[in-house]
Design a binder for this molecule. Structure first.
Ligand code: ADP
Ligand code: ZN
Length: 727
């Protein structure tokens, strides 16, 4: 028999090349998925990246592919090029890019095994077909029994729901304001931004810099409508799962009537495998017109894109923090360039990286400077708490401001970025503090109504009961130190009995679907006071909200991370932007011990440009991004010493063997991480810096090859991160 070979990308922790033999009678093309043998008994799914007429693997070591999967069209050249770019840029093997992007049923051999040996795609198609049949029957049945058209459609809706098909019932959604918006006339600034976007016929990165409430969303929607009308597809990225329902509603109301239900696919990590598979199938068959989702959606296999939108482009959630540590925003820019289409990065507080690109005119800046509705920006007031007696964490000004809102029937929101009851438990006699047994951090006290109080580690999840007495000295007087969301909820409950208070944080929204319900509850207007973490800050449009209180902003002001001020400013602008979107006379009260700090001063004046000018100047003087480029190598081991030794060894190797590459590279000393130990693993990091990205990449790819081949160390795991956000 004669053969040829294919090169297959596999998601395995190795950088080797995998070639497999294929009988000439079997046809395989680049971009197809295949099942191949791996290791001694395992079979796994991979993606063919090349078809070969020869291989370096000696004949006795060659293995045959087991099955070619043709339940979906092969991935396109363009899509493969995106993955190949990501692999090269983020210095990872291609298999680690392509496979994790696919919904699990398409990459797990198990889903192709079973008795019937059908593919998960066929199974889903069959299910959809059966549903359709059931639906048609139900409609017919209804039509027989009733006369009124209205009744028919009303009842059919229920049958559809019964059949398990998600339907969009425009009439029942209740948010007629949103519907009316589809006929909104854009104001001058919005119109000129829209023109500039839709008239772009080639690659362009557009920063849509608009203050909160300036109507950026409306501009996106108009631009999307235009591109869809031209027969193009759109990717719409949002930073958080919690924001997808709100945007999904908007998109569905406007575009389902025009393009049908399959036109909008949603993708995020909260979906079930089946839901993700369904979305993916529609996309790969090009039935989807708009994909709305979180960072993973940038890999959507759409072939006819006309526009990519990245809302809240500055948000750190666009950066994946494990596996392939990619930035969906940066890949969006690459993809737009590849396809020669516009990409819109929207934000009220653009990242310094993006802003600098507008300064040097690589990106085009469009500004929305006014709120779209006739409401003014909230008045931001700094409350100096340095010498003030607080009432359980709250200043008298804030308390009376909340009281005023309650009188007026308006909503208040208290923002503090710390979940739990109190950040630490302390012994008043010997100053013992609660710490995690597995991590070098304090454990956080949790206590909310109906649940026994616990100590929890926010890094490894370790949970224990509250000790009855101090483990060190036996003293029984242990006290909760500081304030978290649960405690503030309790404090407010005591100060304002009879009011409805809702806490929104990772704890109150842990169950699937519960976040959506909570937000609905808040939106419904039944809630008087909302207490929550940054989950609240992003994107939400609360209609009755006219007061925002900010409690522990100072904590981030002096954190060692050079990006902390940028993040803090963005968060505060965002959270302030929740106030007064629909009501006049709204206020933001920020409790601080440093009211004179320039960050707060810029905030009070809603002056992002002043903030960014200051921040960029500081970065330039310090030689930090966006004026330099970073790669971070983190090493983990049972003992910190091993992690540090590993990093020191590879640095010594680079200095010796790669002298020619290293000239314009700055390699810092390996250091322990700020939180050294997490889940009994100790961590160290190494920062590599250069003024030129290509120089840095050239060095890194040669170096990492050497590290991979010569410095394998079973005690140490390491990760490479390009453009790290936290160093
Ligand atoms: P952003 O995304 O910039 O924070 P939104 O797009 O959410 O702002 O708009 C804020 C509010 O203003 C929304 O309720 C929206 O419907 C409304 N809006 C937007 N554009 C206009 C317009 N041209 N005329 C009237 N209202 C508008
Ligand atoms: Zn821990």
């Amino acid at each position: 028999m004669s053969y040829y070979w294919v090169r297959v990308a596999l998601d395995v922790p190795l950088e080797a090349v995998f070639d497999y033999r294929v009988p000439i009678s079997v046809q395989v093309v680049r971009g197809q998925r295949v099942i191949v043998p791996f290791g001694t008994q395992k079979q796994i799914i991979g993606v063919v990246t090349a078809v070969l007429t020869e291989t370096d693997i000696p004949p006795e070591k060659q293995k045959d592919i087991i099955q070619v999967l043709d339940d979906l069209p092969p991935f396109s050249e363009r899509w493969l090029a995106l993955c190949e770019f990501a692999a090269k840029y983020y210095l990872r093997p291609i298999g680690e890019v392509i496979l994790p992007v696919l919904p699990p049923p398409l990459r797990k051999v198990a889903s192709y095994m079973g008795k019937t040996a059908t593919s998960p795609v066929e199974r889903l198609d069959k299910k959809a077909y059966n549903k359709q049949q059931k639906l048609e029957k139900a409609l017919k049945r209804q039509a027989k029994h009733t006369k009124s058209i209205e009744q028919v459609s009303g009842q059919a809706v229920e049958s559809v729901a019964e059949a398990g098909i998600r339907i969009v019932n425009v009439d029942k959604s209740g948010d007629s304001a949103v519907l009316a918006n589809s006929t909104i006339t854009l104001n001058e600034e919005q119109q000129s931004a829209l023109d500039s976007i839709v008239n772009t016929r080639e690659y362009k990165t557009i920063l849509l810099h608009g203050i909160t409430g300036s109507g950026k969303t409306e501009v996106y929607l108009h631009a999307i409508a235009q591109k869809l009308a031209e027969g193009k597809q759109v990717i719409f990225l949002v930073p958080e799962i919690n924001l997808t329902p709100q945007f999904a509603r908007l998109l569905e109301q406007r575009f389902v009537p025009l393009y049908g239900e399959k036109a909008i696919a949603i993708m995020h990590s909260g979906l079930s495998d089946g839901e993700r598979l369904q979305a993916w199938i529609y996309m790969q068959r090009q039935e989807t017109k708009i994909i709305l989702g979180t960072r993973m959606s940038i890999f959507a296999p759409l072939e006819n894109l006309g526009l990519i939108v990245v809302d809240e482009e500055h948000d750190a959630s666009y950066k994946q923090q494990d596996g392939l540590r990619y930035s969906a925003r940066d890949l969006a820019v690459w993809r737009a360039h590849q396809l020669q289409i516009p990409v819109v990065l929207g934000s009220a507080t653009p990242s310094l990286e993006t802003w600098q690109q507008t300064v040097n005119q690589r990106y085009t800046k469009l500004s929305l400077t006014q709120r779209a509705k006739a409401t003014t920006l909230p008045n931001i007031r700094l409350i100096n708490i340095k010498k003030m007696r607080l009432n359980q964490g709250l200043s008298p000004d804030l308390i009376s401001a909340i009281d005023e809102r309650l009188q007026r029937g308006e909503q208040s929101m208290i923002y503090l970025n710390r979940r739990g009851f109190a950040p630490v438990l302390r012994c008043s006699a010997c100053s013992w503090t609660s710490t995690c047994v597995r991590c070098s951090v304090h454990t956080v006290m949790h206590q909310s109504s109906g649940q026994a109080p616990t100590l929890q580690c926010h890094h490894c999840g370790y949970t224990s009961r509250i000790p009855l007495k101090c483990p060190d000295c036996g003293n029984q007087d242990l006290s909760a130190l500081g304030y978290g969301t649960q405690r503030i909820e309790e404090v407010l409950g005591n100060l304002f009995p009879q009011t409805s208070i809702q806490r929104v944080d990772a704890d109150s929204t842990r169950l699937k679907g519960s976040a959506e319900k909570l937000f609905e509850h808040v939106h419904s207007g039944d809630v008087d006071i909302i207490v929550g973490t940054q989950m609240l800050a992003k994107g939400h449009d609360f209609k009755r909200l006219s007061l925002v209180g900010v409690l522990n902003a100072d904590m981030m002001l002096f954190s060692g991370d050079f990006r902390a001020p940028e993040r803090l400013f963005a968060q505060l602008m965002q959270v302030a932007g929740r106030a007064g979107r629909h009501l006049p006379d709204s206020e933001v009260l920020l409790q601080t011990e440093f009211p004179e700090h320039h960050l707060y001063q810029s905030l009070v004046h809603h002056d992002y440009e002043q903030f960014v000018a200051n921040a960029l100047e500081e970065r330039q003087i310090a030689g930090l991004p966006p004026f330099a480029y970073h790669v971070l190598i983190s090493a983990q081991a049972k003992e910190l010493r091993d992690a540090l030794d590993f990093l020191k060894t590879i640095v010594a190797d680079a200095r010796q063997a790669l002298a020619a590459y290293i000239e314009d590279i700055r390699i810092y000393d390996p250091i322990p991480l700020k939180i050294v130990r997490v889940a009994n693993i100790e961590r160290a990091q190494l920062l590599i810096e250069a003024d030129s990205r290509p120089v840095l990449h050239r060095f890194m790819s040669v170096w990492l090859q050497r590290v991979y081949h010569h410095f394998r160390n079973h005690k140490v795991k390491y990760f490479v991160e390009v453009d790290p956000l936290e160093i």
